[in-house]
Design a protein. Structure first.
Length: 205
């Protein structure tokens, strides 16, 4: 089906473009959502008469979206979910869940604006795009944890997919490696200090 786009749609076209799409996509999304018109002769004429109004509305919506984007971009949100020892969720975190969490935090976002290809099914930190407007997109961070302790670790930048024991072992190994491979200047300084001590001892004798 050929349609006239009433707004910019990613990977499809700009406002006013006539594009061919699958019938189901047009009937189930573009037409009922008011994002396009069937590309008939009458609708082509109709679009020309409403073009300036559509452009004005688009600019207004874009401005509103940018104001939200300035505050929302880079924000972090926490979701608590039950999960196995391996970090796999007993369930998932959907676009609807994310939209609800963000909205509860005081931002105006709906689930269709959450760009989530598949529900989140594991604990950890997930970066999620949010399309506030066809020309305004931001990214938020969704931290999925099993409890408040893990949520705090996420906030500190820790990898909660590792157990606390594994983290402590890794830190101990790193400290041991740092001690073993001490900096050359430290070794040279230590040797110089030893030589001075030896010379001082000899002089005292």
């Amino acid at each position: 089906m050929e349609v006239i786009l009433l707004e910019r749609i990613a990977k499809l076209g700009q406002m006013g473009d006539v594009v061919r799409v699958k019938d189901g996509f047009a009937r189930n999304f573009l037409l009922p959502k008011g994002k396009a018109l069937r590309a008939t002769k009458d609708n082509r004429s109709k679009f020309e008469t409403m073009k300036s109004q559509l452009e004005a509305r688009n600019l207004e919506q874009q401005g509103d979206a940018r104001r939200v984007a300035d505050k929302l971009d880079g924000q972090s949100f926490v979701v608590l979910r039950q999960a196995s020892d391996t970090g796999q969720l007993y369930g998932s975190v959907s676009a609807r869940d994310i939209a609800t969490i963000v909205t509860d935090a005081g931002f105006t976002v709906n689930r269709s604006q959450i760009v989530l290809n598949a529900p989140i099914k594991s604990i950890g930190l997930h970066v999620i795009p949010v399309a506030l407007h066809p020309e305004v997109e931001v990214a938020i961070k969704i931290g999925v944890a099993r409890n408040a302790d893990e949520a705090e670790r996420l906030a500190r930048g820790e990898d909660i997919t590792l157990s606390r024991e594994a983290v402590e072992e890794a830190e101990a190994a790193a400290a041991a490696a740092a001690a073993f491979f001490e900096r050359p200047e430290d070794s040279e300084r230590a040797e110089a200090e030893d030589e001075v001590d030896q010379e001082t001892a000899s002089a005292e004798k």
